[in-house]
Write a protein that binds this ligand. Structure first.
Ligand code: URA
Length: 212
């Protein structure tokens, strides 16, 4: 495989052909996610909705438009980030994805994270949040970054939630404004890691895996 983009495209092709859970039977097509292979920020939603299912692209409906607005507040465009979902085929009538569907789809998300190695993952759905913060409430931890090895994970409210509850709009805007700082912190931490280190001991730890 020549480069990361090709590998990402290969994953996308496999997602489109995926039959690991029954969701492919009722969906129009798989929605693998999109964005650059070297994205510093990865956003993870819940699953494709009606429009995403029709177009094969993530966050193209009303929530996606608001997401574009939120990104504009921090001078980012959709094409700067990688955006995907916990499940890649639309659950019928937008019902919640089932635990077994999330589990069946997990290897695709794992591979996308492993390949892209984003600095920051923003979870924008409770199912994405549950992966890193299984027992937390979004109201308590939104906008707060937590480190997992090299990776920072920031839970945020789903943009669609702010379309239903107008009070959440300023909250999301403020949380998005923290992202540039988190990116800077991540870069500083990496610079610290690559600074001269004491001589390794007999059994040096394997290069720290990016945890997710
Ligand atoms: N909501 C999601 O969680 N994902 C999408 O792709 C669209 C809406």
């Amino acid at each position: 495989m020549s480069n990361k983009s090709d590998e990402l495209n290969a994953i996308a092709e496999q997602v489109r052909a995926c039959t690991r859970c029954p969701l492919y039977k009722t969906a129009t097509q798989g929605v693998p996610g999109e964005g650059p292979a070297n994205a510093e920020i990865m956003m993870i939603g819940e699953g494709p909705g009606f429009h995403e299912d029709q177009q094969g692209r993530p966050f193209v409906g009303a929530a996606g438009k608001f997401l574009d607005e939120l990104l504009a507040h921090i001078n980012l465009k959709r094409s700067d980030i990688f955006i995907t979902n916990v499940v890649k085929h639309r659950p019928p009538n937008n019902r919640d994805p089932l635990p077994e569907e999330i589990e069946a789809c997990r290897p695709w998300l794992d591979q996308q994270i492993e390949l892209i190695q984003p600095r920051v993952i923003v979870t924008i759905s409770r199912f994405a949040m549950a992966r890193w913060f299984p027992n937390e409430k979004i109201s308590a931890i939104h906008g707060k970054a937590k480190r997992f090895g090299h990776l920072m994970v920031v839970p945020m409210f789903h943009p669609a939630a702010a379309l239903h509850n107008i009070n959440l709009k300023p909250v999301l805007i403020e949380d998005f404004k923290k992202l540039p700082t988190y990116i800077q912190e991540s870069k500083k931490a990496d610079a610290g890691v690559s600074a001269p280190q004491p001589a390794p001991q007999k059994d040096p730890p394997a290069e720290q895996l990016r945890m997710f």
